[in-house]
Design a binder for this molecule. Structure first.
Ligand code: DGP
Length: 154
């Protein structure tokens, strides 16, 4: 049985994410979302893409949507998501057919960073799976900026 299939192991990973989030004073929305289990089901991002629920959209074209994160971890915190998930629940599920959209997301991140005035730098993050503290299983890139980042990340 893999780590992800083992319910007690998964609970431990979620608790670890929860504690790490608490210790960094991260928003409770994030902690609650960490209870998510990896899944192919529709996510909150589908509802945002379909305009069923509102979001602060900062960029949109035929393939990519960029919106402000509901629980920002920096003055600028934007999520870049593919409008069609096409099996990309996370970066670990990427296949060769996804190369074009993955490149498009990265290039769009650069455009949006420029649009947001992040001329001194920024960070792009993709969380993957329970160990990566991924909470929404529709691939997304976090664009974070407007303050000094630290290394190593939490
Ligand atoms: P991750 O943990 O990498 O899967 O990031 C998911 C992000 O999605 C998290 O930072 C919070 C954000 N988020 C969750 N629900 C919503 C929502 O309804 N609206 C917006 N704008 N962001 C959301």
């Amino acid at each position: 049985m893999s780590q992800q299939e083992n319910p007690s192991s998964l609970r431990l990973q979620i608790l670890t994410c929860h504690l790490a989030a608490s210790s960094r004073n991260m928003a409770s929305e994030k902690e609650a979302a960490l209870a998510a289990v990896p899944s192919d089901s529709r996510t909150i991002f589908d509802k945002i893409i379909n305009k069923e629920i509102p979001a602060k959209v900062v960029f949109e074209d035929d393939k990519v949507l960029a919106l402000r994160d509901i629980a920002p971890q920096a003055p600028t915190h934007i999520l870049l998501i593919p409008k069609v998930r096409d099996g990309l629940t996370g970066i670990s599920k990427a296949e060769k057919k996804h190369c074009e959209i993955l490149g498009r997301l990265l290039y769009t991140a650069k455009l949006v960073a420029k649009q947001e005035g992040l001329d001194d730098g920024f960070r792009l993050v993709i969380n993957d799976g329970p160990n990566g503290c991924q909470s929404v299983y529709h691939l997304h890139i976090h664009l974070i900026g407007g303050r000094q980042m630290n290394w190593p990340p939490g």
